[in-house]
Design a protein around this ligand. Structure first.
Ligand code: PEP
Ligand code: MG
Length: 755
């Protein structure tokens, strides 16, 4: 190799000897920089280490002034070294001093050096430091030299990660191998959990970085790649390609990469420089991860993630670890950390030990978030690169109400959160004590409090909360977490279990509400420009009658001899309701003809989610047996604000006059028509929302199970007539000085209601 003495292999061999010597950490580093400088024919070689305070400290140098060691400290974005660290990318310049990022530190004496090559010291995509070589002459370092320096940086990464340097670090300025982190993502599922990290896909830890015999390592690599390809082919051939939430498209993409000549060439090149096969894979994987942190294009990110997963598989192949460690080995208080996860995979964990979930991807509407809420575990999503930042066993706090996450928290934070957990537990105990109290306001108004559900794991919540029944059973959840379309017998069996669990209490089933953001992995979705306004819910149900017909049949059979309540989502016109109801009637006739036992009674309702219904309420009410307001969708459509988009979802207040007027019209017209009207959106799950709804006249609310206790506690203390007298005039004449929400809060405070 041009410019190097003996090439990278010789260097790696020498480095291995140095790593094995029984010397102090500082002596080892000093020897390493001398070796690298000599091997690369550079006048300077320096190692900067990233510290917990996010600065870069010069830890060793050959060529710069020795007095600068441990004295020169750069900000993470200062100078060329800072540039390498913050971009996690090499910087290669024949004239460094004219570069805009160049920052001169007189104590180092580096003004006489012109050429500069700096590479990040990376581990699992995280920057641990920067390795630099410099020369007086204006020389251009070749691509091979850059590659060789990156390979060498891996050895330093292992050394830093081993914790060896802590012995020579100043207190409070230790290397940032395991920094404390406080990150905020999106709140996926309520609750606070303190526990220890369990990586959903455990990382393989490499023991040997430097190869004894490069040819042997290349052969190991080739064999592992071959085995990986064969594995992927086999999985694609098998019918059950849906293993662990993956499906055909993902595996196809994997196979594409595994057969990609560019990827395998880069792996071979890395190993050729003198690394073991697994270190070569990690080297290429580190680059992929570093790129992943920089790209914002979602498609490209997804592909880089695929590539990262593939490297994991290859690594496991090489290390002979085919599978993740058994789930039984979960610690108590397990907090699972994953890049992404299918909903079924979360259900595989032992519920008694699972406390929380942290994801890199996954917004509030993701399927795994739905399952996390059903399981009642705290969850946060959209935390960049978290699976690369944690280690198995790290202590971690998840706050599912705010979307915050503390990794390796200091003692005072742990104590503060511990107190909040105790407080929550005390509250829950108080709510449990209210479980069997009838939900009646202080002035004697009965308000049915039901729960929203959708999975088998939700059913115990009926008894736990003392709910009056299930006000919304989201049937699509069974479809969303399955890896293939649930058979009619599977649907029947779930619906029967639901009715059995509810006993005498009513259950309102909603027919399939898929499309939009509710995507079925096995159903090819047509790309739509505005999916929330597109081919979803009842629209899809009516256009694909086969699917809805079999669901209706399963519902009718499950409710044989009992009452069945069914409602349709996203109804926008009365004609749609008539058509959907007609399907139920036809199925009833068919079952009757075949002498099936039928439900005793079938009540058919519509969800009010589309604003067009507000202007045809009387005609709709003459057709339905009941209405249920889906306030999540109704509010999103009234304000034209995507409910899943953080930027716009919070701009509008559901407790403002436009929404409250719409709700008032629905409840007033429903009463006039003598038809029951309930509300099953999130609005009912907040005590202040429930207060407004009861004040408007709603007497049936369906809530997230965890919210029921708090809402009930508020209702028991509420004077509904007084609240009604407050809210109606406020809606007629919204206050000029302040908001309706504020007036409701003041009312609650004056009445001693806990919101
Ligand atoms: C709603 O839109 O308020 C509702 C309850 O339905 P979902 O949240 O399932 O869309
Ligand atoms: Mg809805």
């Amino acid at each position: 190799m041009a410019g190097t003495l003996g090439g990278p292999r010789v260097l790696l061999r020498r480095l291995r000897e140095v790593m094995a010597e029984p010397v102090s950490a500082q002596e080892r580093l000093d020897k390493i920089v001398v070796l690298i400088a000599a091997n690369m024919v550079a006048e300077v070689c320096s190692v900067y280490v990233l510290r917990v305070d996010s600065t870069l400290e010069l830890y060793a140098t050959e060529g710069l002034k020795r007095e600068a060691v441990h004295q020169t400290v750069l900000r993470q974005d200062e100078g060329l070294v800072g540039l390498v660290a913050s971009e996690a990318n090499p910087v290669n310049l024949s004239e460094a001093q004219t570069h805009p990022a160049f920052a001169f530190r007189p104590e180092t004496g580096e003004e006489i050096y012109h050429s500069f090559l700096g590479v990040p010291i990376l581990r699992a995509g995280n920057t641990l430091g920067v390795l630099v070589v410099q020369n007086r002459a204006r020389r251009t370092y070749s691509e091979e030299e850059e590659e060789a320096l990156q390979t060498t940086a891996m050895v330093l990464a292992e050394m830093i990660a081993s914790g060896e340097l802590s012995s020579i670090a100043k207190p409070g300025a230790e290397p940032a191998i395991k920094p404390r982190l406080h990150l905020t993502g999106s709140a996926l599922s309520e609750g606070i959990a303190l526990g220890h990290v369990v990586l959903h896909e455990p990382r393989v830890t490499i023991k040997n970085v430097i190869a004894d015999d490069v040819q042997k390592e290349l052969k190991r690599l080739d064999e592992a790649v071959e085995a990986l390809r064969a594995d992927l082919d086999l999985m694609l051939e098998r019918r059950d390609v849906a293993d662990g939430g993956e499906h055909r498209d993902v595996l196809d993409a994997y196979r594409g990469f595994a057969n990609d000549a560019g990827w395998t060439r880069r792996l071979r090149e890395a190993v050729s420089t003198g690394l073991t096969a697994e270190a070569g894979v990690e080297r290429v994987q580190s680059d992929t991860r570093a790129r992943m942190l920089r790209v914002t294009d979602p498609y490209l990110r997804e592909r880089l993630h695929d590539l990262d997963d593939l490297a994991n598989r290859l690594m496991r192949q090489l290390m002979g670890q085919d599978h993740a460690p058994p789930r039984e080995q979960l610690p108590d208080n397990a907090i699972v950390v994953a890049r992404a996860m299918g909903p079924a995979a979360l259900l595989d964990y032992d519920r008694r030990k699972l406390r929380g979930l942290v994801l890199e991807e996954g917004g509030p509407t993701s399927h795994v978030a739905i399952v996390a809420r059903a399981l009642g575990i705290a969850a946060v999503g959209e935390i960049d690169n978290i699976s690369g930042l944690v280690e198995t066993g790290d202590s971690i706090i998840v706050d599912g109400s705010t979307g915050e996450m503390h990794l390796r928290p200091p003692g005072d934070i742990e104590i503060a959160y511990g107190e909040r957990v105790k407080l929550r537990a005390r509250r829950q105990a108080q709510y449990r004590a209210l479980r069997d109290r009838p939900s009646v306001t202080k002035d004697g108004q009965e308000v049915a409090l039901m729960i929203n559900a959708g999975l088998l794991v939700d059913l115990p919540h009926i008894a736990e909360t003392g709910a009056g029944g299930i006000g919304l059973f989201r049937t699509e959840l069974q479809f969303m977490i399955a890896t293939e379309m649930p058979r009619i017998s599977e649907q029947l069996s779930l619906y029967r279990s639901v009715l059995d669990a509810a006993g005498d209490r009513p259950v309102t089933f909603r027919t399939l509400d898929v499309g939009g953001d509710k995507i079925l992995p096995y159903m090819r979705a047509e790309p739509e420009e505005n999916p929330a306004l597109g081919w979803r819910a009842i629209r899809l149900g009516l256009d694909r009658p086969g699917l809805m017909r079999s669901q209706i049949r399963a519902l009718l059979q499950a409710a044989a001899g009992r009452e069945l309540r069914v409602m349709f989502p996203m109804i926008a016109t009365c004609a749609e309701f008539d058509e959907a109801k007609g399907m139920i009637e036809r199925e009833l006739t068919a079952l009757r003809r075949r002498r099936h036992k039928l439900p005793d009674r079938v009540e058919v309702g519509a969800m009010v989610e589309v604003p067009s219904l507000l202007f045809q309420l009387d005609s709709l009410l003459s057709r339905v047996d009941f209405l249920s307001v889906g306030s999540n969708d109704l509010v999103q459509f009234l304000f034209a604000a995507d409910r899943g988009n953080k930027r716009v979802a919070d701009r509008f207040d559901p407790l403002s006059a436009p929404v409250l007027r719409a709700l008032m019209a629905i409840i007033d017209r429903g009463r006039a028509a003598g038809k029951p009207v309930a509300l099953c959106g999130e609005l009912a799950s907040k005590p202040i929302g429930a207060l407004a709804l009861v004040a408007l006249g709603f007497r049936s609310l369906s809530l997230t199970p965890s919210a029921l206790g708090g809402v009930k506690a508020m209702l028991l203390e509420l004077d509904a007539k007084k609240a009604e007298a407050l809210i109606r005039p406020l809606i007629e004449n919204p206050p000029q000085d302040g908001t309706i929400r504020e007036r409701l809060e003041q009312f609650a405070a004056a009445e001693g209601l806990q919101l």
